[in-house]
Each structure stands twice: as C-alpha cells, then as structure tokens.
Design a protein around this ligand. Sequence first.
Ligand SMILES: C[S@@+](CC[C@H](N)C(=O)[O-])C[C@H]1O[C@@H](n2cnc3c(N)ncnc32)[C@H](O)[C@@H]1O
Length: 211
Amino acid sequence: MHDQTLKTEEAYDQWAATYDHVDNPMIRVVEEALPPLTVGIGPLYTVLELGCGTGRNLAYMREHGATCVVGVDLSAGMLAKARKRLGGEVLLFQQDIRTTLPVEDGSVDLVLVSLVLEHIDDTAPVFEQVVRVLRPGGRVVVFELHPEHYDRGKRAHFETESGRRYMPAHRHSACDLEEAAAAAGLEALGSRSWAASAGETLLLTIELRRP
Ligand SMILES: C[S@@+](CC[C@H](N)C(=O)[O-])C[C@H]1O[C@@H](n2cnc3c(N)ncnc32)[C@H](O)[C@@H]1O
C-alpha cells in the first residue's frame, strides 16, 4: 500500500469509476448548498459548469429550470459519466477551464464552479473567461474546499486497493477568490461557510455577479 499524488486529469480519470458511488461528505454539503444558492436566480436559460465532473450539478439545474446546460472538464472519464447521466441534450467539452471556453460572449446566465479551483493555483484566467461568457447581470456560484479544512491537512483524494490517490491542491480563501474575481470585473455578493453534520467547516461558497 502506498499513497501517491497524480496529475489532476489522470486522477479524475481513475476516480470517475467510483466518484458517484462512494459516500463523500464534501459532495453532500455541495448538494445541501446548491438549492439555496441558485433558487431565485432567473431567468435561467443557460447554465455553464466549469469542472462539471460527472454532471451532478448540471442534472439538478436542468431539473430546476435551466433550458440549456453546458459542462467543461479536463477528464474524459468524468465527462463520460456526465454524458451517461445527462443524455444527448447537453453540451460537454473536454478542456482546461483556464483556456478560452467554447461558449459565446455574454451568453450564459449562471456559471457554477464546484470543487475545481482547489486544483488551480492561479484563478485569474478562469475568472477572465467567466466574465467574458456571462451576460450582464449574470451570476456565478463558486463552491470551494474551505481554507480551514485545507489548514487541517484535508485534500481531495480517493481510495484504491493500493493506497490513497491525491491530486494537486491549492488553498484559496474567500478574500483571494473575491479579489481575483474583482480584478476580472465581477462583483462579490457574499460568501458563506458550510459545515458537515460533525460540525467541521468543509465548504466555502462565493456568490458573484457580472455588473
Ligand atoms: C471534485 S470534482 C467536482 C465535480 C463537480 N463539479 C461536482 O461538484 O461534483 C473536480 C472536477 O474538476 C475537474 N478539473 C480539475 N481541474 C480542471 C481544469 N484545470 N480544467 C477543467 N476541469 C478541471 C476534474 O477533472 C474533476 O472532474
């Protein structure tokens, strides 16, 4: 048994097989936070998720009013799961979210960024793309590994028969993320900490808006 750190894409290609089946307190907290943070945002035609993974959040958004859902992710394995979950009526693209997104300027009502910025050191290129694709008044919700959780030594990982697999991880505070978003032209609407039932803060959420 030996623990290992893999490149992000390789890690998620391997994790894809079990990602949706293993109980993960972080995912449970995202599922708790998603409805209150997105209810009332409207009208919602197009929702884009950066680092959409297996498509859990896009499925929720489609069930709750989004007419067009678009996902971008680095991992072919995670996207294959998303395609299976969401069927044909979804646009999924395999690419790094720090590069030019395959979406027209000003065409998106809501961007979700869930549990992906922890794998990215410099978030500036991501927020630059978010501003470009959002319509004026369009919204962003970021879900991020809480910096207190990071400071307790916790990182995204999964178990294999030969040990734990980790991937690159970076600490982002609410201030760091709001500053990077503001530099790109986004307005901060608020941030919040979310705890699991055991009481430890796990998740940080940030709400942003394109003026
Ligand atoms: C923890 S999963 C989160 C998936 C989904 N957002 C959710 O909430 O269940 C992180 C996802 O981000 C993707 N990812 C990580 N870095 C990325 C990057 N630079 N560009 C695109 N996707 C990335 C991974 O492939 C993985 O699917």
